[in-house]
Design a protein around this ligand. Structure first.
Ligand SMILES: NC(=O)C1=CN([C@@H]2O[C@H](COP(=O)(O)OP(=O)(O)OC[C@H]3O[C@@H](n4cnc5c(N)ncnc54)[C@H](O)[C@@H]3O)[C@@H](O)[C@H]2O)C=CC1
Ligand SMILES: NCC(=O)COP(=O)(O)O
Length: 346
């Protein structure tokens, strides 16, 4: 008896992001090098974008990117269209889009694209969600009440605790506190939060990256890990107890490790992910080492979500200067994560 032919993997759902930002630019140029042949890179997994077909066509003409855009009525059409044209599931934007000049009137369309991508992925009609950057200040003006995608996706997933992780070859970082002022981040630091984020990070590394026994470095908050309490007590009162809790859960964690010596080349070989207490402690090393190739991935969700590591870059939107390397890395990582989840369901 012959084996049944496996069904092809569903296409990834890419959101429009803030339409005045570089999301459209990098989606078009990434699609143009989907085969990987011209750039020498690996090919991209098939995807469709939730956006306005007319605005993407106009943007392709403005940028001089030779990409055909084709509207699809359902994600199931994307695999057949993808070799010849960029498949676009229609999401109209009510206000005219001028690169670099955001209009909060388009906020509801930006949010709807994210919601639709999540719904399609949850239904199994898309393989994962790949988000283009949103502008948090513009969306706030439009009434969006979440600090970013990460928190919104947690809510769309029914109240899951979402964990932001940024990854590039050779480094993964997780900020324990995310979209808060530095003062609020320090004030909000809790032993239980570090333990929960550490536990979800270890789970996420097993499930999405096939790391059987993840090693976690837990970075200090203060200079010299507080120098025995002389430069702050958070290490003694909060972080060291959290590391002990993680170890008691069977997780291979060490720390609090002085943050300034945690990211040089040799140090990076000692862990699979570094938990950092604030956003910039985590993201500065990663974006310094590999801004172009970094990927933002959300762990702790029942579906796959990745994103480029950068923002809306209004200063270069519509100019052709935007580098799509991070989006391409996000697409490849989402494809690999989705494949792993299909092979070994939770
Ligand atoms: N996943 C998301 O939705 C993210 C959204 N953002 C949002 O983006 C907005 C702008 O944030 P910024 O801090 O200014 O960061 P940004 O990443 O948009 O820009 C910082 C600098 O990097 C450059 N840059 C960014 N991406 C680039 C690319 N692909 N190619 C070439 N140059 C690039 C920009 O031109 C700018 O000079 C904010 O509203 C922020 O919240 C930021 C990061 C991630
Ligand atoms: N700096 C990372 C960032 O802002 C990403 O936010 P999110 O929209 O992916 O939650």
């Amino acid at each position: 008896m012959t084996e049944p032919t496996p069904l092809p993997a569903p296409p990834l759902a890419v959101t429009m992001g803030e339409p005045a930002g570089i999301g459209g630019d990098i989606t078009l140029t990434a699609y143009a090098r989907r085969s990987g042949a011209a750039s020498g890179a690996r090919r991209l997994p098939p995807f469709f974008v939730i956006d306005s077909p007319e605005r993407l066509e106009a943007l392709a003409a403005r940028l001089g990117v030779p990409v055909a855009v084709r509207e699809i009525a359902a994600p199931e059409e994307a695999l057949a269209v993808f070799p010849d044209a960029l498949p676009v599931l229609r999401q109209d934007v009510p206000a005219a889009v001028e690169p670099g000049q955001p209009d909060p009137a388009n906020g509801p369309a930006v949010v709807a694209a994210i919601e639709r991508a999540v719904t399609l992925t949850t239904e199994g009609r898309a393989g994962g969600v790949v988000t283009n950057p949103i502008n948090k200040a513009v969306l706030k003006q439009a009434g969006f009440r979440h600090p970013g995608h990460t928190e919104f996706l947690g809510e769309l997933a029914g109240g899951a605790t979402p964990v932001m992780m940024l990854a590039c070859p050779g480094l993964r970082v997780v900020p324990v506190t995310v979209h808060l002022s530095l003062r609020e981040a320090v004030d909000s630091l809790r032993r239980e939060t570090i333990v929960e984020i550490g536990r979800l990070t270890a789970d996420g590394l097993r499930r999405n990256f096939a790391i059987a026994r993840p090693r976690l470095a837990v970075a200090a908050l203060n200079p010299h890990a507080g120098e025995g309490g002389v430069m702050g007590r958070e290490e003694i009162d909060i972080i060291a107890p959290a590391v002990a809790d993680l170890r008691a859960l069977g997780i291979d964690a060490f720390g609090p490790a002085p943050a300034d010596t945690l990211f040089h080349e040799a140090a990076r070989t000692r862990y699979d992910a570094a938990l950092c207490m604030t956003h910039d402690h985590a993201l500065i090393p990663l974006k310094t080492i590999d801004f172009a190739g970094g990927v933002n991935v959300t762990l702790g969700l029942p579906f796959v979500r990745t994103s480029p590591d950068h923002g809306t870059a209004f200063d270069i939107a519509g100019t052709g200067a935007a580098d799509d390397t991070s989006l391409c890395a996000a697409l490849r990582m989402a494809g690999e994560m989705a494949a792993l989840r299909r092979e070994t369901p939770a």
